[in-house]
Design a protein around this ligand. Structure first.
Ligand code: GTP
Length: 343
């Protein structure tokens, strides 16, 4: 099966980290997120994927010059201008010459979605498009998808107030499309699949949806990005490879990192060329390549961008995001939704 993977968004919620790196190229325990996403698609029987690129396309193309990511053959469709999610799907599918049922996935979602089961469902309902659903506690941040008992989509409700959500099943960002869907997407203007295409398909009764019980996480915010890293460290998402066997305190350190024996690390990622000083405490922390954490700094639930320096005895709490090359003064105390760095 062929797949369109949407990776063209600007990742504004992950700024400042996404000023220099597209969201799906941010590292997840040492490897770009996109490698986990494509790796799973490969395990699910996807042979060819077209990456739908818009924002910083060269970062993908240069990183994978042999056109293979996570074991899947890829091609690159670079949008001349932002066309919205539906416009992007149409552009990429036409670019790749897709003419059969195909899978569309959001490239920032980690999931072990059962594609075979979704395909069987899609075929049995003679659907034009089928959406994979995931149950969440608070659906108010997502597209909520109520269905009839046999899975026909009744409505597509984007981000409803929590107490008005008709169900807790949300759009999981993975779809099966018949090629005929593409004809329904206007060319030449931005079209949103969530706001236009799905409501139109639901209105004529040809849109279906099926809940998947597997692992699912949208990595698009600092809190969920941290969660994704910890899930990989703890083997919760089934995506961790042999290199992660036998971690101590759910911590992964790149072999080139220099970590003081006197530092205390739990649920931490210490990437390439990082330096972690004496007495440092890290808990739920991602250090991107080349960070320096000076002695006695205490960090919890934070992301530190590439080459950033955290001064001695600084304290960073949830959920600080420190951009590439930034400097936090010795003894400085940061907490809350702190974003350091302008790009
Ligand atoms: P925020 O700016 O933080 O909302 O993130 P985003 O727009 O990058 O991602 P969002 O989660 O809203 O979108 C879901 C998926 O679609 C992500 O994998 C995005 O990269 C991708 N995406 C969003 N808009 C576009 C677009 O216009 N073109 C393409 N090719 N992909 C897009």
């Amino acid at each position: 099966m062929k797949s369109v993977v949407l990776v063209g968004g600007m990742g504004t919620r992950m700024r400042p980290l996404t000023y220099h790196t597209p969201k799906q190229m941010l590292p997840l325990v040492g490897s770009p997120i996109i490698e986990y996403v494509l790796g799973n698609l490969g395990r699910q029987g996807v042979t060819d994927a077209v990456l739908s690129l818009g924002y910083m396309p060269d970062r993908f193309i240069e990183a994978y010059p042999d056109n293979v990511i996570g074991g899947v053959k890829v091609s690159y469709a670079v949008e001349p201008e932002a066309q919205g999610t539906a416009g992007a799907i149409r552009f990429a599918a036409e670019h790749a010459g897709i003419d059969d049922t195909f899978l569309v996935v959001n490239g920032d979602v980690l999931t072990d979605l059962d594609v075979t089961r979704l395909l069987e469902f899609h075929r049995s309902r003679h659907a034009t498009a089928s959406i994979s659903l995931h149950a969440v506690e608070d659906p108010s941040l997502f597209g909520v998808v109520p269905t009839t008992p046999d899975g026909r989509v009744i409505a597509f409700v984007e981000k409803p107030p929590r107490d008005e959500a008709p169900t807790n099943l949300i759009n999981a960002g993975a779809y099966l499309f018949e090629p005929s869907v593409l004809e329904r997407i206007d060319a030449g203007r931005p079209v949103s699949v969530e706001r236009e295409t799905f409501p139109a398909l639901a209105a004529d009764g040809s849109l279906f949806a099926l809940a998947d019980e597997g692992y699912w996480l949208d990595t698009g915010t600092p809190a969920t990005y941290l969660r994704a890293n910890v899930d990989v460290l703890e083997g919760r998402n089934g995506h961790h490879g042999p290199a992660l066997v036998g971690l101590v305190d759910a911590t992964w350190c790149h072999p080139s990192a220099r970590v003081s024996p006197d530092a205390h690390l739990r649920r931490a990622v210490v990437d390439r060329d990082c330096v972690v000083g004496a007495g440092v405490e890290l808990d739920h922390v991602v250090l991107m390549p080349g960070c320096v954490i000076d002695d006695r700094a205490v960090l919890s639930h934070c992301i530190v961008g590439p080459r950033a320096v955290i001064g001695a005895a600084a304290t960073l709490e949830a959920t600080c995001v420190i951009g590439a090359g930034e400097f936090v003064e010795p003894g400085e105390s940061l907490a809350g939704d702190v974003r350091r760095g302008e790009g």
